[in-house]
Design a protein around this ligand. Structure first.
Ligand code: PBG
Length: 337
């Protein structure tokens, strides 16, 4: 055969590295960590093999293990000792994330990013205080919402809470704040709060295009943050929409977000790649709990090679355009790299 084009030439072992278009480094990865104020011992998370909720006393040791793999950044989620309708423990000076942040930043060089949301802190599990008509005394929140199961969170009241949360995290030493509640105006409110308190150097990574996804299932077990009624459809995005993601990212850009996150990652790579093309901001993608759990489940059955599919997943997320990846595979993949 007289073939002019033979792409296979560049797939030979000694040249493939030279022509590789995408690289993955431990420094691209952010490891999520669950800090739990309700326990003195580590608790395994059944649906996320290899992950645990750690008590505040173990937070530093947990982060040191992450750093050893070459991963330099962590994302902290907190499980508070108590919950109430407003989620007041989310901005407590001695709250679980604040305490863990203080200890981690004192003892290590880890770059500490804190998730700023209320769903782990409210007794009804929604990402902010409820609308007036749903607030009831008997903690049967939502009993009245049968007429509209998507009517839940009071957007503007939530903004005030988010501002307090962000400032309390920054006071504790957080390096970056990541609001995940998909409230309108959340980036602007947090930026105002941080700037007003003297934290204008603290960047915001916005969960800018966060979808209402069934892939968050294992996380909600892990962080005890499932809504007790209704769902998150009226604040998180409809999986059917792509143009709307551009609008969300644009609004967050206008409000001063520094990093734009798309979440989940693998089922939404078209969104990652569109945000990459349209915006100049660093793009983060969150390879969420369900994406992690399904690979583990298949590997446990012997149907997939876990190391290989984990690496391929993260490489694909980068190839689609992500600069940073939040992933429960961070340590495992960093060790392989
Ligand atoms: C809190 C939050 C969630 C996740 C990150 N922050 C849960 C949710 O929105 O229901 C999910 C992360 C994951 O599934 O790994 N708002």
């Amino acid at each position: 055969m007289n073939l002019t084009h033979r792409p296979r030439r560049l797939r030979q072992d000694r040249v493939r590295g030279l022509v590789s278009e995408t690289s993955l480094e431990p420094s691209d990865l952010i490891a999520p960590i669950f800090v739990d104020a309700t326990t003195d011992e580590r608790v395994e998370i059944e649906s996320m093999p290899g992950h645990e909720r750690v008590p505040v006393d173990d937070a530093v040791a947990r982060v040191e293990d992450v750093l050893e793999t070459g991963v330099e950044a962590v994302m902290l989620f907190g499980i508070p000792e108590s919950k109430d309708p407003e989620g007041t423990r989310a901005w407590a000076d001695n709250g679980v994330v604040q305490e863990a942040t203080r200890r981690i930043t004192d003892a290590t060089d880890a770059y500490v990013i804190t998730d700023a949301c209320l769903c782990e802190y409210t007794d009804h599990g929604h990402c902010g205080p409820l609308e007036e008509e749903l607030r009831v005394e008997d903690h049967e929140h939502g009993a009245d919402c049968a007429h509209d199961p998507t009517l839940t969170v009071d957007n503007d009241a939530t903004l005030e809470a988010l501002e307090r949360i962000a400032v309390s995290h920054a006071e504790a030493g957080a390096d970056m704040i990541a609001p995940s509640g998909m409230m309108d105006g959340m980036v602007g409110a947090i930026r105002d709060g941080l700037d007003g308190a003297g934290y204008e150097h603290v960047p915001i990574m916005s969960y800018a295009a966060k979808y209402e996804s069934a892939f968050y299932g294992p996380f909600r077990d892990a962080a005890d943050g499932a809504p007790s009624f209704g769902n998150r459809r009226h604040y998180q995005m409809d999986p059917a929409n792509a143009r709307e993601a551009m609008r969300e990212v644009r609004l967050d850009a206008e409000q001063g977000a520094d990093v734009m996150m798309v979440k989940p990652a693998l089922p939404y790579l078209d969104i990652v790649s569109a945000v990459r093309r349209e915006f100049d901001h660093p793009v983060a993608a969150y390879n969420v709990s369900g994406e992690y759990a399904m690979l583990h489940a298949a590997a446990e059955k012997g149907w997939l090679d876990l190391e290989a599919v984990a690496l391929e997943s993260l490489l694909s997320i980068k190839r689609a355009g992500a600069d940073l990846i939040l992933t429960y595979f961070a340590e495992d993949v960093a060790r392989e790299l």
